[in-house]
Design a protein around this ligand. Structure first.
Ligand SMILES: C[S@@+](CC[C@H](N)C(=O)[O-])C[C@H]1O[C@@H](n2cnc3c(N)ncnc32)[C@H](O)[C@@H]1O
Length: 294
């Protein structure tokens, strides 16, 4: 059992719900174009997390054979349970992206979203080259920090809530997992892909508004979910700090922090429901590199 990612970085639920907001029906064509995916393909998602993308692909393209791989057993258990709940025939495997449990030349497409920056890039690409069929496609999708607009009103900027957060984090030891170990600039991705045998490299960028509850084209249910996913990020952020150092806050402080976070997001929903617009937005720019195995 290895679950450091879901214990210390992103819980399965927050990953699933935040991805669901990005990969919603209104963005379906954009994502499928970016992935260069067609119905009937045999597809592998490398570093699939808790499985939202794989589920969406299978729902939209029911004749694809969809497999997801991740080394976090918590995420894989979540993805399998969700498949069952949704009645989707997807396969999920626990394993390392640099030594995958698949035979050579199995897949038409290997894709990943925000994964390559965490794994030694040559090992990551070489392994996908091995499991792709000749002529198969790789799609490396990532979100580069600095290209995005973060949400306003997500983090407390002053007051009791911020002080309690600082206290929770101050004494926390380092998490037993290091993320973004291999950050690359856009111009570094393509040469590494070419070095690992991929040809016909294409670079694309897709801009998404990932949070805009007050926008007229966002349905009520999604608007409320946007706010609640940010509530979940904050609550989980507190829990992760306390996983690392349970003594950082007293029981009373922990419950007070919980109360303050919930109050802030309840207020935001209250404003939304009363038509008091705040126009807080967040955007992401997804950089997608695709290449072909000869
Ligand atoms: C930022 S998350 C993205 C998850 C998923 N692609 C999504 O967007 O919902 C990165 C994922 O890569 C996985 N991961 C990191 N290193 C890995 C490795 N060496 N082998 C397999 N999975 C890995 C983590 O467990 C995590 O689920």
């Amino acid at each position: 059992m290895y679950s450091n990612w879901s214990d210390y970085v992103q819980t399965s639920e927050e990953l699933y719900r935040s991805r669901a907001l990005r990969f919603h029906d209104g963005n379906k064509t954009k994502w499928l174009d970016l992935l260069r995916i067609q119905d009937g393909m045999s597809v592998l998602e490398v570093g699939c997390g808790s499985g939202l993308f794989a589920h969406r692909v299978k729902t939209y393209l029911p004749h694809t054979t969809v497999t997801g791989l991740d080394f976090d057993s918590g995420h894989i258990a979540f993805a399998k349970a969700k498949s069952h709940e949704l009645g989707l025939d997807c396969m999920f495997a626990n394993g390392d992206a640099t030594a995958m449990p698949f035979t050579d030349q199995t897949f038409d497409l290997c894709y990943s979203f925000t994964v390559m920056e965490h794994i030694e890039p040559n090992a990551f690409l070489h392994e996908q080259y091995r499991v792709l069929k000749p002529g198969g496609t790789i799609a490396v999708l990532t979100v580069l920090p600095g290209l995005n607009l973060s949400g306003e009103n997500w983090q407390p900027t002053a007051g009791e809530e911020q002080k309690l957060f600082e206290k929770a984090f101050q004494a926390a030891p380092e998490a037993p997992i290091q993320i973004r170990k291999y950050p690359l600039s856009v111009s570094e991705y393509a040469p590494i892909m070419e070095k690992n045998g991929f040809r016909d490299i294409n670079v694309n960028v897709m801009s998404l508004v990932s949070y805009a509850p007050d926008s007229a084209d966002v349905p009520v249910e999604r608007a409320i979910e946007c706010i609640n996913v940010n509530r979940l990020f904050m609550l989980n952020s507190m829990s992760k700090a306390l996983n690392l150092n349970p003594a950082a806050l007293t029981k009373q402080e922990r419950s007070r922090l919980n109360e303050l976070i919930n109050h802030r997001f309840d207020e935001r929903i209250h404003c939304y429901e009363n038509g008091e617009k705040m126009w807080d937005i967040a955007t992401i720019n997804v950089v997608a590199l695709t290449g072909r195995k000869n």
